[in-house]
Design a protein around this ligand. Structure first.
Ligand SMILES: [Zn+2]
Length: 236
């Protein structure tokens, strides 16, 4: 990928990212103003959904902040953020149900979910270390003697392989997140927690949140291609 192609791709992803963030903010805020027709709270949704799927021993905890909602398999907890914990809005219920979706994936030993969990710790290191390793390799190639240039190329290649772990993580994360949302939607549809109009808004909230993972994947793909371009060909 040439330099200008990279710049264009990076700008496109950036603009897309802003659009996705703005859409998410707008859908979540819209869903935060409407209370569920049944009056059920996010915490009750979690309890009911887990019970329906015969998942026991998971506790709900408040995690202060925005969008801090998450399922922690290690701790056996579902964390709910300020705008979710104890709230009865459409956004709160949709997000809580989504986190339960992850707990169900975990219980069913869904292969993609397990793969994501396996990759998660390595991916966070790989996304930072990969680019630096590539740069070290490129510098070695550029300033070293001819024989060392091969070593530089090899180091850059290692950096690309390391970064690929991060890319793989985002690649696996997208379908896992979509799947958690579709599980949430399915249960919201059959439970009667919300009215039909509210269900369609909940769907929009879940979709908007899912789009952020598509952006993360695209951004990671652009970085991966850029790293391959920076490494360049082998010097002859
Ligand atoms: Zn999720």
């Amino acid at each position: 990928m040439g330099y200008y192609t990279y710049i264009i791709a990076a700008v496109v992803v950036m603009i897309w990212s802003f659009a996705v963030q703005a859409n998410l903010k707008s859908k979540v805020s819209k869903g935060s103003k409407i209370r569920a027709s049944s009056g059920i709270t996010a915490n009750e949704v979690v309890q009911q959904m887990l019970r329906d799927h015969e998942i026991y021993g998971i506790t709900i905890e408040h995690k202060p902040g925005q969008m801090t909602d998450c399922y922690s398999p290690k701790e056996g907890k579902i964390y709910l953020s300020d705008t979710t914990y104890g709230q009865d809005t459409i956004s709160a219920i949709a997000i809580a149900a989504h986190e339960c979706g992850h707990a169900i994936q975990d219980k069913e030993n869904m292969p993609l979910y397990e793969f994501r969990q396996l990759l998660a710790p390595a991916a966070s290191i790989a996304s930072k270390a990969g680019p630096w390793i590539v740069i070290i390799g490129v510098l070695l190639s550029a300033y070293a003697s001819r024989s060392n240039s091969d070593i530089g190329y090899a180091i850059s290649t290692i950096g690309i392989v390391v970064y690929f772990v991060a890319f793989l993580f985002y690649l696996v994360m997208l379908p896992v997140e979509r799947n958690a949302s579709s599980r949430a939607y399915k249960d919201m549809k059959t439970s009667g927690w919300v009215s039909d109009d509210q269900l369609s808004l909940a769907h929009k909230v879940l979709r908007a949140a899912g789009d952020t993972y598509a952006v993360a994947l695209a951004s990671s793909a652009v970085t991966l291609l850029r790293l391959i371009a920076i490494r360049g060909g082998k010097r002859r």
